[in-house]
Design a protein around this ligand. Structure first.
Ligand code: ADP
Length: 865
């Protein structure tokens, strides 16, 4: 393929150039070798002849002509100076002829040697340059710029070095830098000066700006001198108070403050001025335009100079009237609610409510009408602010009559203002009463109208919208309160009817019970011997007893709730009460196989109470403990003194009571579902009876339980008579359970285990050492061992009857001074005579009254000694 003509031409030219280059190189070599003296170069403007001499000359002239401060030199590759121009030698401060042959590095300022080494190193491969300092022979180091290039010389590599003295430039730079610095300083100084000048002006300016600002503020602003005298008020202050600066400065507080606020405020201000503390106070300021007072929150802070001296007081007053009134309203509503919820008598409730809100709204009158049962007429329930006669005359209003009657129909509020100037026929009634402003609200419970509630003022012509709203809210509250009172009454009524029903029921049930029990008794004594009939009779008897107990309980609670129970109060030893309670409950406890632990305080405790009722209290608690504890459980009856009270607790390991039910166990008919199968026909009134009776004795009772399965504890607090500590007998160290007086060894013998048990318990509780025997024979034997001080013998006993046992005991010498007590069933004269004969000292009819026994023991003390 033929080449394009252009390329062919270029190729020809190339060949030509290559030939000429070769020729030039050969010439150059010849020149170097000294074989050529001159060179003729053909040019467009004719031939020029260059000789080596001429070229060198030209070159040298050129180099020597370099500016002072710019030097040039030729170096060998290792930095040895081969040739240098004059300015170069001047720069180094060394004569030109003494420069050649020395290394340039010798002239480099030592700290910059590394820079030079770098420049030199680089120059062998590429043009290199850099700045460093050279050390002339004399004088300080000179900053220079170096440019180092490889020179195209045949043979050895040579380097051309051009050195430029930077001293001047550096100086210029330094000068420039100084100038800049100076300029900045000057500017700063100027600025300082400007500022200094400006500050005087800024005081004036800021003063002006301050006033401008203060005047634009919606708050009241004032200033005072360090001594507390006011010397500035903002525009808003003057606008609000309507005072001049002179008036204000003289006695600002007194002129504008509410009379009640002046003294506390002035005192507080004086205090702040004295101590330099921030002043803060809420007061009422009189609005110059309306004459009404508004609440402001005032705050003043001291402005101090650098030395800490107060130079001014700067104060503001913020209108907090709306917020404060809202808070006041809120508080008033709160108070109203508490009145409405704590009062159940409607008239009292309304009067108390009105007394609370009237002063805050300038009210002096209210009417509360309620719709009567017919729904046709409003009946006055309560009112204040009108003479009695007038009140009577308006005690009934027809629907539609006057304002209230109208509100009852339209079921919306009516607010009447400026009544004294009104011709509205509806308001003529209130107008005639001197009322000027009036607001009537319907009392609406949902859709149902209960009545109306009006508030009125004889001192104000109108109510503010927020006040109208407030009164509407009050009416809503009153509606709820009336509903509440109605419901409470209804409830009380139902409750009373229920109590009456229970009382009647119990009474009516009781009446047939007595004849049933008597009839059963007759059948027992005279009845057929048929065992079936006898067992049927026994069932009748047992169930009748059970029924009587239930009916009695029912009667008791209804008596308590109706306040019809009368306590037979007397001085009672606690031990006696507990013994009676134990006597009653023991069979149930024993039957369930529970272990009972009784622990009583050492001191004798006396209560003022009804023995039967208090025994009933603890008896019920003990029976409950037995009933609500699984077989073989534990029961503790514990008493101790706590100040002027005795604390008796009955604790068990039984089924416990869950926390939800605990607060309600004392309520009548309250039974825990989970315990229902154990109630054994109870009615859930035992505990309510306990509570009622304890309360009648000025005591309290509390139930505790760790929860289901964790047992229960019922604790009763009762006031004690006298100081228990002083009743303690000093003569004998009291054994646990001792009541009072001396301690005797006592033997009790009875074939009725229950009877023996309770009597022994009573005597032990009183502090005596009691042994018991189940028959006459055992009694005689035991007596011999124990040698008791007192021996109580039942008469009808197996093995050896009471008379015989007494006779045998009396025969023993140790028994001469022993006291023998007979217990008989009948108490006939004949029994007494026989007892005397047998050697008994005393004779009691069963069941022995603990009081009698105690009285007897008290007479025995001489014998003891
Ligand atoms: P009643 O025993 O006739 O039901 P109470 O007034 O004596 O009535 O007791 C009310 C309820 O309180 C009982 O039904 C029972 O659920 C619960 N209760 C009373 N005493 C105890 C107790 N010691 N342990 C657990 N629950 C008890």
């Amino acid at each position: 393929m033929a080449k394009p003509p252009d390329i062919a031409r270029l190729l020809v030219e190339n060949d030509d150039l290559r030939a000429r280059l070769e020729e030039a190189e050969a010439t150059l070599d010849a020149i170097r070798r000294g074989e050529v003296d001159a060179l003729v170069v053909a040019g467009v403007d004719g031939h020029r002849i260059y000789t080596l001499e001429g070229a060198d000359q030209f070159y040298r002239v050129l180099i020597e002509a370099m500016q002072p401060g710019q030097g040039a030199a030729t170096l060998s590759a290792d930095g040895t100076i081969l040739y240098c121009n004059r300015s170069f030698s001047i720069l180094l401060g060394v004569p030109q002829e003494k420069v050649g042959g020395r290394r340039f590095g010798e002239f480099v300022h030592p700290p910059d040697s590394a820079i030079w080494a770098d420049i030199l190193d680089t120059a062998n491969t590429a043009p290199s340059h850099g700045e460093l300092r050279v050390s002339p022979q004399f004088g300080p180091p000179v900053p220079v710029h170096l440019a180092l290039n490889a020179l195209p010389l045949s043979g050895a590599v040579a380097l051309g070095l051009v050195v430029t003295d930077l001293t001047e430039r550096k100086q210029q730079e330094e000068t420039a830098r100084l100038l800049v610095r100076e300029e900045a300083a000057r500017a700063a100084a100027e600025q300082v000066a400007r500022q200094a000048r400006a500050s005087e002006a800024s005081v004036r300016e800021s003063e002006a700006r301050f006033r401008h600002l203060a005047d634009a503020l919606p708050q009241l602003v004032w200033m005072a001198r360090p001594d507390g005298r006011f010397d500035y008020f903002n525009r808003r202050w003057f606008e609000f108070t309507g005072l001049s600066l002179e008036e204000a400065a003289a006695d600002a507080w007194e002129r504008v403050l509410h009379p009640n606020d002046i003294l506390p405020c002035v005192n507080r201000w004086a205090e702040a001025v004295r101590t330099g503390h921030v002043f803060q106070f809420e007061f009422r300021l009189r609005d110059g335009k309306t004459g009404e007072y508004r609440w402001f929150l005032a705050r003043a802070v001291p402005v101090r100079d650098i030395g800490g001296q107060i130079v001014r007081w700067f104060g503001t007053g913020t209108d907090i009237d709306d917020t404060k009134k809202a808070a006041d309203r809120q508080r008033l509503l709160g108070e109203a609610v508490s009145v409405l919820l704590t009062t159940t008598e409607p008239d009292t409730m309304m009067r108390r409510l009105f007394a609370g809100i009237a002063p805050h709204l300038g009210l002096d009158t209210y009417f509360n009408y309620m719709l009567d049962e017919s729904g046709e007429t409003l009946q006055m329930l309560s009112c204040v602010g009108v003479p009695e006669e007038t009140a009577r005359s308006i005690s009934r209003l027809e629907l539609g009559q006057a304002v209230c009657g109208t509100v009852a129909i339209i079921r919306r509020a009516i607010v009447a203002t400026d009544i004294q100037n009104s011709d509205d026929p509806k308001v003529q009634l209130v107008k005639s009463l001197g009322i000027r402003a009036y607001a009537c609200n319907p009392l609406l419970a949902g859709e149902r109208l209960l009545g109306t509630l009006s508030f009125a003022s004889r001192t104000r012509d109108r109510f503010e919208p927020d006040e109208v709203e407030f009164l509407r809210t009050i009416a809503d509250y009153v509606t709820v309160a009336h509903e509440r009172v109605r419901l409470i009454r209804q409830l009380q009524d139902t409750d009373r009817r229920k109590d009456e029903f229970l009382a009647t029921l119990a009474h009516e049930l009781r009446n047939p019970l007595a004849p049933i029990r008597n009839a059963a008794q007759i059948i027992k004594l005279r009845g057929p011997t048929d065992p079936d009939l006898q067992s049927a009779r026994a069932i009748i008897e047992r169930q009748a007893v059970h029924l009587s107990r239930l009916v009695d309980d029912l009667l008791d609670v209804s008596r308590i709730t109706r306040g019809k129970i009368v306590l037979q109060r007397e001085r009672l030893p606690l031990a006696l009460i507990l013994t009676s309670a134990l006597e009653a409950s023991r069979p149930v406890i024993d039957a369930a196989g529970h272990e009972l632990t009784v622990s009583l305080p050492p001191e004798a405790i006396t209560l003022d109470g009804d023995l039967t009722r208090l025994a009933q209290v603890f008896g019920n608690l003990l029976v409950n403990a037995a009933k609500y504890t699984d077989r073989g459980g534990k029961i503790w009856l514990t008493a101790r003194c706590e100040g002027k009270q005795v604390v008796v607790s009955v604790r068990d390991t039984g089924i416990g009571i869950d926390a939800n039910h605990l607060p309600r166990v004392f309520e009548m008919f309250s039974q825990v579902d989970s315990a229902l199968e154990r109630t054994q026909g109870g009615l859930g009134i035992g505990l309510s009876l306990v509570k009622g009776l304890v309360t009648l004795h000025n005591g309290t009772v509390e139930a505790r339980s760790g929860g289901p399965g964790k047992g229960s504890e019922f604790t009763v607090w009762l006031p004690v008579l006298g100081d228990p500590a002083r009743l303690r007998s000093p003569s004998t160290p009291p054994p646990v359970g001792q009541a009072s007086g001396p301690s005797y060894r006592i033997l009790v013998a009875d074939d009725n285990a229950d009877a023996t048990h309770t009597l022994s318990a009573l005597l032990s509780v009183m502090g005596h050492d009691v042994t018991s025997a189940p028959d006459g024979q055992a009694a005689v034997e035991l007596a011999e061992n124990v040698q008791p001080h007192v021996i109580v013998l039942d008469i009808g006993m197996p093995r050896l009857n009471g008379y015989e046992a007494a006779r045998r005991i009396r025969e023993r010498p140790w028994a001469k001074r022993a006291v023998l007590v007979a217990l008989t069933g009948w108490g006939q004269e004949e029994d007494k005579r026989r007892a005397n004969e047998a050697g008994f000292d005393h004779h009691f009819t069963k069941p022995v009254a603990p009081d009698d026994l105690m009285a007897l023991l008290r007479t025995l003390s001489p014998l003891q000694s």
